[in-house]
Design a protein around this ligand. Structure first.
Ligand code: SF4
Length: 257
């Protein structure tokens, strides 16, 4: 077991994660809460999926599972990877330290934010950053997200491939678009380095036989009607079952020029 320097997340970093990554520093008293451990338990996950399906009037457990994992992946990965790459801080994202705050503003909408019970963080100071990064990647993917995906897939019947692609899309967006837009020139090589290290990381860090981030990564292409190149999905995310019937920009049914 390697040891890294431990400290508490500074107020400045907390404010930054709240602003840039939607971290819930204080839980709203009237908001719903999802304990990640409930999404790792078959009976509790099935209950939660049925409850969300009814509340949001979604047409099936498949749709709820896909949209839940979109929100969940975003809320979990965004602060964790942002803190790792831009702040050199390893958040404590074990299932027992996290809560998902959920609110329902109405008209079928819902919002979620990650809350951390304890703000202890590790940093790579004086140690090998690559090993430190591996610890964080294993903790957030193999020990947390993969377990949620496995359980939600099993109880909903939706393939884990769809759920992993939902998560991977946020990962690409964070490193290709969001973080470069938030950081100065001096952080560009770090963003690039972490992005490529995660894309080529050993599958065991994800608890999978293949690295899921690499699996869905491909060149972007130009589509008629889109002004920016897009990366076409390999699986359908089922979003159009609850949207206004429009195809997603990255829908696999669209054709590249
Ligand atoms: S637009 Fe395409 S990818 Fe999006 S939900 Fe519909 S079929 Fe699936």
């Amino acid at each position: 077991m390697k040891t890294f320097v431990l400290s508490t997340l500074s107020e400045e970093d907390v404010i930054r994660l709240e602003k840039d990554c939607n971290l819930a520093v204080r839980l709203q008293p009237d908001a719903g809460r999802i304990d990640p451990r409930a999404l790792m338990d078959g009976d509790q996950a099935a209950y939660l999926l049925r409850d969300l399906t009814d509340r949001l009037r979604f047409p099936s457990l498949y749709v709820t599972a896909s949209l839940l994992l979109k929100q969940y992946s975003y809320c979990l990965l965004m602060p964790t990877l942002y803190a790792m790459t831009l702040l050199d801080k390893g958040l404590k994202v074990g299932a027992d330290n996290c809560l998902l705050e959920v609110t329902f503003p109405g008209e079928g909408a819902w919002r979620a934010r990650l809350h951390l019970k304890e703000r202890e963080v590790s940093s790579p100071e004086g140690s090998d950053r690559a090993s430190w990064r591996e610890e964080i990647v294993g903790a957030v993917f193999r020990d947390h997200l993969a377990k949620v995906i496995r359980t939600v897939s099993r109880v909903s019947g939706l393939s884990p491939t769809v759920l992993w692609e939902n998560a991977s899309i946020y990962f690409y967006w964070m490193y290709e678009t969001y973080m470069p837009g938030k950081a100065g020139e001096e952080k560009r090589s770090r963003i690039n380095e972490d992005f490529h290290c995660l894309l080529s990381a050993h599958p065991s860090l994800f608890g999978e036989r293949k690295n899921p981030l690499k699996r869905f990564f491909c060149e972007k292409c130009c589509l008629p009607g889109c002004d920016q190149p897009v990366r076409i999905r390999k699986t359908c995310c089922l979003y159009c079952e609850v949207g206004d019937g429009q195809l997603c920009q990255t829908c696999p049914k669209r054709r590249c020029r």
